[in-house]
Write a protein that binds this ligand. Structure first.
Ligand SMILES: Cc1cc2nc3c(=O)[nH]c(=O)nc-3n(C[C@H](O)[C@H](O)[C@H](O)COP(=O)(O)OP(=O)(O)OC[C@H]3O[C@@H](n4cnc5c(N)ncnc54)[C@H](O)[C@@H]3O)c2cc1C
Ligand code: FES
Length: 317
């Protein structure tokens, strides 16, 4: 292909090349050339189309204009892309599982294959735009589970407090996302903030003691009252080579975790030593993910093996 072709390399080294098209984003030019890449919002907000450009900077291919000779690296393999489908679903049950977190359990008419860690777009009755939520259950279960942050005044809180009921029908579309468990023998560090724990629970629940490498999970929460998942994580830690640390900088004396935020915890020499040789999975608020990535870079972690998902939110226009 001509020297001005755009070159994109998948994680396993498979390259694809296509010509830039004036006025199109890299994502659209790739699609016009028949190259399927991960995407969802196409507006630069969901993070699904992220790639690493020259100099290691992350960029959203859906809003990056084409230019001759561009080169990008992807963190996923082409074979891992699961096409998105639409499903009808019904709520089984829903409840608060901590002061700031709701759990919704639901079932679908037909199964929806996904990779542990991926998310789905939910359209609930009375909420105009789809909301992204990550499955916390492993693949292949009849009942699916999501964890929803309680944002007072938010559309989801209003729905759950006033209109949600068992058997209520809704639709969903997915799966999406490149934040999924890479099945390899590398030690793994997970750092989560709030409901960022949900996709990591899906990943951990998918592992067996025979296939899992040593793992550390730092589950961060801004308030002690928001902590959830204790029983499930205690079961996982009993059957997997997993150490779980709850981190909450505003915890009262007697808290069963550490009274620090996850970023500070990575200054602990033992945890920093583990992180330096581990693959890392980071999920939660954008500021936490950015701070942990910066710390991992200082520690010397291989940044090509640092996977992350920001639970960002942009009000659609
Ligand atoms: C890929 C992806 C996966 C996600 N998975 C999950 C998940 O598993 N669990 C989960 O709880 N969330 C998840 N989120 C975030 C979630 O989709 C949105 O935060 C949620 O739709 C907003 O809830 P709402 O509809 O009640 O708020 P809205 O009614 O839309 O907003 C209410 C108010 O809260 C603000 N707000 C909304 N969301 C956030 C936020 N995340 N941070 C700060 N302020 C916010 C809004 O700007 C607005 O002022 C994910 C986001 C992404 C991009
Ligand atoms: S598809 Fe590019 S950020 Fe959502």
């Amino acid at each position: 292909m001509a020297g001005d072709a755009i070159r994109i390399t998948f994680a396993d080294g498979e390259p694809v090349e296509f010509l830039p098209l004036p006025g199109d984003s890299v994502l659209v030019a790739a699609e016009k050339a028949g190259v399927k890449l991960a995407s969802n919002c196409r507006a630069g907000t969901c993070g699904t189309c992220h790639a690493t450009g020259p100099g290691g900077a992350e960029t959203a291919l859906c809003v990056t204009p084409c230019a001759p000779g561009q080169e990008f690296a992807l963190s996923y393999n082409r074979a891992d892309l699961v096409p998105a489908s639409l499903r009808r679903a019904k709520i089984n049950s829903f409840s608060r599982i901590s002061a700031g977190v709701w759990e919704i359990r639901y079932r679908m008419q037909f199964p929806l294959p996904f990779l542990p860690g991926q998310y789905v777009d939910f359209t609930f009755p009375g909420i105009d735009d789809p909301r992204h939520f990550s499955m916390s259950n492993p693949e292949g279960q009849g009942e699916q589970v999501i964890h929803v942050r309680d944002l007072p005044g938010g559309a989801m809180a209003e729905f759950l407090e006033t209109r949600a009921r068992p058997e209520l029908a809704f639709s969903l579309r997915g799966p999406f996302g490149i934040f999924y468990l890479r099945r390899n023998p590398r030690p793994k560090l997970f750092v989560t903030g709030g409901t960022g724990l949900a996709p990591v629970l899906s990943m951990l629940s998918s592992l067996t003691a025979e296939t899992a490498a040593p793992m550390i999970l730092i589950a961060g929460f801004s308030r002690e009252a928001d902590v959830y998942g204790r029983a499930q994580l205690s079961d996982l830690a009993a059957r997997l080579p997993l150490r779980v640390i709850f981190a909450c900088s505003r915890a009262a004396p007697g808290f069963d975790g550490v009274a620090q935020n996850p970023v500070r915890l990575l200054e602990d020499p033992e945890i920093a030593g583990f992180a330096a040789g581990a693959e890392a999975y980071l999920c939660g608020a954008p500021a936490m993910v950015t701070a942990i990535r910066a710390r991992l870079q200082e520690i010397g972690t291989d940044m090509r093996a640092v996977y992350h998902e920001e639970f960002s939110h942009v009000v659609p226009v």
